[in-house]
Design a protein around this ligand. Sequence first.
Ligand SMILES: O=c1ccn([C@@H]2O[C@H](COP(=O)(O)O)[C@@H](O)[C@H]2O)c(=O)[nH]1
Length: 277
Amino acid sequence: MPDAFVDRLRAIQQSKNSAVCVGLDPDPSRLPSPLSGADAPADAVAKFCYEIVEATAEYACAFKLNFAFFEALGPEGATVLEHTASIIPENCIIIGDAKRGDIGNSARFYATAVFDHMHCDAITVAPYMGRDSVTPFLEKEDTCAFVLARTSNPGARDFQEACVCDDEPLYLRTAKLVNEWNDDHAGTAGLVAGATSPEALRELRQACPTLPFLVPGVGSQGGDPTAVMNAAATDEGLVVVNSSRSVIYASEDEDYADAAARAAKSLRDVLNGDAGA
Ligand SMILES: O=c1ccn([C@@H]2O[C@H](COP(=O)(O)O)[C@@H](O)[C@H]2O)c(=O)[nH]1
């Protein structure tokens, strides 16, 4: 029987001493100089992702592939995405940042695509359509659905902070429901909670002590990694802290892979409280 997702994540984090997730958001217009201006952007993106994975895997417990950047490459994008997922080492979790959300019958097919064909260990899911739209992503015990609770972007305030009942914001109501679904599905759910609101992170951790959190929003979006760890990392409650642009575009020049490695290592050290040591 395969290991439960959360057990595998915990073992990887412990063995690598890292909560870092490197976000692969490959934008052809931002590729470093040795790869820019290529006639075949899909090939350049594939090489870029390969070099970044090779250079940073030592410092990361996970990679997050944002599907938008691969889909925008056109028909070759799916091949580049699958190939990139296939070169990620065994001792890293693969998160498909696909933000799926549809009626249950359609969601089943999204789940098959992401878990069985794209070889992801986890996916991001938008919960707006409710329980039946999320359930198909909770059914494999070695995978995880990270459900959007309180996102990192300014627009998070539009709906997620609105009070729905008993003065409770929607993000907290969402998290409590996801906690129940998690209990019904042998622990295959997690939450997306942005680094830009440590207050929300703290509340979410209180409401959901054991759910793993995927935390984007450090680096380019300005969230404070130390505040994230203080608010949400506990012995029981794992956090996976994503940084995309500030790692993968750490240099525009020939040294881009080394620069990415340095950025990932530096984030790992800050998260571990080892910065400057
Ligand atoms: O609340 C959310 C959910 C997802 N994201 C995604 O994470 C990365 C962040 O990129 P940075 O370059 O580190 O800012 C990106 O793929 C977003 O689509 C998020 O930022 N916030």
